[in-house]
Design a protein around this ligand. Structure first.
Ligand code: ZN
Length: 458
């Protein structure tokens, strides 16, 4: 598995959580490894550094020891009883397995990714009781003690030392577990090939990422040019990502920070006050949203290119994966603001007197969500055909048929949610093309999709 994160600690934290540890379990692992090695994967136990008597007559540093093991010049790795790596593996059995594992993966003995995976493998295979604690506990102290007393087993096992390691573990917990979705620290998309960080941001979010807000950047720019526009502090605005007309993706504000993107104000008694929806302003939206500006035409309906659409869908999928968003939900219902469990796509036009994201994107949000969900493998997500021309949503339809089915997605190849919708008037909030109908419409209730062939627009 690839490493995700900007620091060694963050990379290991994300790896451990992805493997199944609780945030407390991952933090307890990190606190111990910090004390063992300073999280340095090439760390050779200090008493063995520059000590030729212990290492076959040769004077080694962390770097030269690692290189000598890798090229086979030093054969004493397994039996020298020198602590090595992030967990300071020492016992010959464990060092032999570490060496075999590195060889099987074709990596250096000092490779961080390999050592992180080996730690997980060792826990599962040889320390199942510790693994069980790390994958179930919510207590940092319990996790830290389990690793120290039953896995690392340092010479000093005093309560004082337990508390020192637990305190270090706690700092990692505070750093990664508290700020994220509860399952991971904030990371950035590796799909971004341009990185031009804007000064227009609030450092550190106060909320997990559970929303995506797609905007239109009025003008067919590249990601680089789009990011440049947000560089001057005088601009006073930014976004997390820019998607260019050519499909390029730029990082403008790191995901760990709040972008200044969705804000909007109205004048009350001559004073600008934020527009709030269900008590939530555009700036509070941005504390929990990743904001994306997509290059668009400069006039209604602010169309975007096919390349930009494809890149947008990939980026949204990646954001969902890294932040634990299982499915994108869109009903076009402003009243659901503040309820991301029901709707986790929001639009700027609700928070400001603006057309953003433009009708072209707005009418395709249901389609975008369906395509992202298909990539995420979300339950009930349907493979979606390329978009048919869409009309302006929302609109009302009358249904008179008594046997019209509601389906999970836009297509007869998706599950039936309800065998017959009660005849009456319904609101369609999104359209998409798909198998078995000329066009499918998404019900405002969020229950599912119906064939528009059996609906009469009113
Ligand atoms: Zn906008």
């Amino acid at each position: 598995m690839a490493l995700i994160g900007s620091t060694t600690a963050e990379k290991l934290y994300n790896k451990y959580v992805a493997a199944g540890m609780t945030p407390a379990g991952a933090a307890g692992s990190l606190g111990n490894q910090d004390k063992e090695s300073g999280l340095k994967p090439t760390n050779l136990q200090n008493s063995y550094e520059n000590n030729p008597a212990k290492t076959g007559g040769v004077r080694y540093t962390d770097t030269t020891y690692t290189a000598a093991v890798d090229c086979g010049a030093y054969a004493g790795f397994v039996d020298d009883r020198a602590g090595y790596g992030i967990a300071q593996w020492t016992h010959p059995d464990r060092k032999r397995k570490l060496l075999e594992y590195a060889k099987s993966r074709g990596t250096s003995i000092g490779d961080l990714d390999m050592q992180g995976d080996f730690y997980i493998k060792e826990l599962k295979e040889s320390f199942p009781a510790v693994w069980k604690v790390l994958t179930t506990t919510t207590s940092v102290q319990e996790a830290s003690n389990a690793v120290m007393l039953d896995f690392e087993r340092p010479a000093d096992q005093s309560v004082e030392n337990q508390n020192r390691r637990a305190a270090t573990s706690q700092t990692y917990y505070d750093k990664f577990a508290k700020k994220g979705s509860g399952t991971m620290g904030f990371t950035n998309s590796s799909l971004a090939t341009v990185k031009l960080i804007s000064p227009n941001k609030t450092v550190n979010r106060n909320h997990a990422i559970d929303i995506i807000t797609i905007h239109c950047f009025v003008g067919q720019v590249t990601a680089k040019r789009g990011c440049e526009v947000f560089q001057p502090s005088s601009k006073g605005a930014s976004c997390n990502y820019v998607v260019g007309y050519d499909g390029s993706i730029g990082l403008c504000v790191e995901e760990k920070d709040r972008s200044w993107c969705t804000g909007g104000y109205k004048k009350v008694n001559g004073v600008n006050v934020p527009i709030r929806v269900n008590g939530i302003s555009g700036s509070s939206n941005d504390y929990q949203a990743v904001t994306i500006e997509v290059a668009s035409d400069s006039a209604h309906p602010y169309a975007i290119t096919e390349k930009a659409m494809a890149a947008l869908i990939e980026l949204c999928t990646d954001i969902c994966r890294r932040n634990g968003i299982k499915k994108l939900l869109w009903s076009g219902d402003k009243n659901l603001v503040g309820n991301p469990a029901k709707q986790n796509l929001t639009v700027h036009r609700w928070f400001a007197n603006k057309a953003c994201p433009g009708d072209y994107i707005y009418q395709r949000l249901g389609d975008i969500a369906a395509k992202v969900n298909a990539k995420l493998g979300a339950t009930g997500a349907a493979p979606v055909q390329p978009s048919a021309p869409v009309s302006s949503v929302p609109y009302k339809v009358r249904i008179t048929a008594t046997d019209l089915r509601i389906r999970k997605g836009p297509g007869t190849n998706t599950d039936i949610v309800q065998k017959a919708i009660a005849p009456g008037v319904y609101t369609i909030v999104s359209e998409a093309s798909g198998q078995g109908a000329t066009l499918w419409g998404k019900l405002k209730s969020g229950l599912g999709w119906v064939s528009l062939d059996f609906c009469k627009k009113i």
